[in-house]
Design a protein around this ligand. Structure first.
Ligand code: FES
Length: 213
């Protein structure tokens, strides 16, 4: 390299020529070194911060999962252990005024409430009674057959007369009757929480029927 330089060239000119030709690669300046270090530190700190943020997010997710699991288990445990009051249909049903049942017959308007209102002759008087629609054999709902004048159970063939007394099939006893009363406005109230059974001689109880005046 020296032979290509002009004779007596100053040392800095010689060095510049050597750098310019790529013969010598100068070291990094102090300023460059400071910048590079600063960059490395910044990069390292960023990685540390990112790692810390990821760690905190993982902890938060863990806590959220545990809270969800405990809340779900707690709700299930409460539903399992705490007895809930069963929803009961109302036991008292308003069925209309006594005058609506003046004609002898079977009124099926309240069969959906398991009640037949029967207007019939019994013990020498006309009465209104509230007959249960539940078959006394195994609990099916019999049908009223107007032509035959009987109730017939579709399950095993039990038959009941219009007054509720069983006469054929496996039914062991007559249909039950519900308590009847009249409220202040003259409307009949059937109370299904009180039943009267013929085989227990309860059909003549004063609450088991209403006389038709
Ligand atoms: S349930 Fe009515 S006859 Fe059996």
């Amino acid at each position: 390299m020296q032979q290509y330089l002009p004779a007596g060239a100053p040392p800095d000119a010689q060095f510049a020529a050597m750098v310019g030709t790529g013969f010598v690669k100068p070291e990094k300046t102090v300023a460059q070194q400071i910048r590079e270090r600063a960059k490395q530190r910044a990069g390292g700190r960023g990685a540390v911060d990112a790692g810390r943020r990821g760690f905190m997010a993982a902890i938060a997710a863990g806590w959220a999962s545990m809270i969800f699991v405990f809340a779900t288990f707690g709700a299930w445990f409460q539903a399992f252990m705490v007895p809930r009051a069963p929803i009961q249909p109302p036991t008292k049903v308003r069925v209309g005024k006594l005058s609506q049942f003046a004609e002898i017959g079977v009124y099926e308007d309240y069969k959906k409430d398991n009640i037949w209102i029967i207007s019939l002759e019994e013990d020498g008087t006309q009465r209104v009674v509230a007959l249960s629609t539940i078959c006394t054999h195994l609990g099916c709902i019999p049908n009223w057959l107007p032509g035959a004048g009987i109730f017939k159970c579709p399950c095993h063939g039990s038959g009941y007369r219009m007054n509720g007394v069983n006469f054929e099939g496996p039914a062991p006893r007559p249909l039950e009757r519900y308590a009847l009363s009249v409220d202040d406005s003259g409307v009949l109230i059937v109370d299904k929480s009180r039943v009267f059974r013929k085989e227990l001689s309860q059909w003549n109880d004063s609450n088991a029927f209403l006389p038709v005046a």
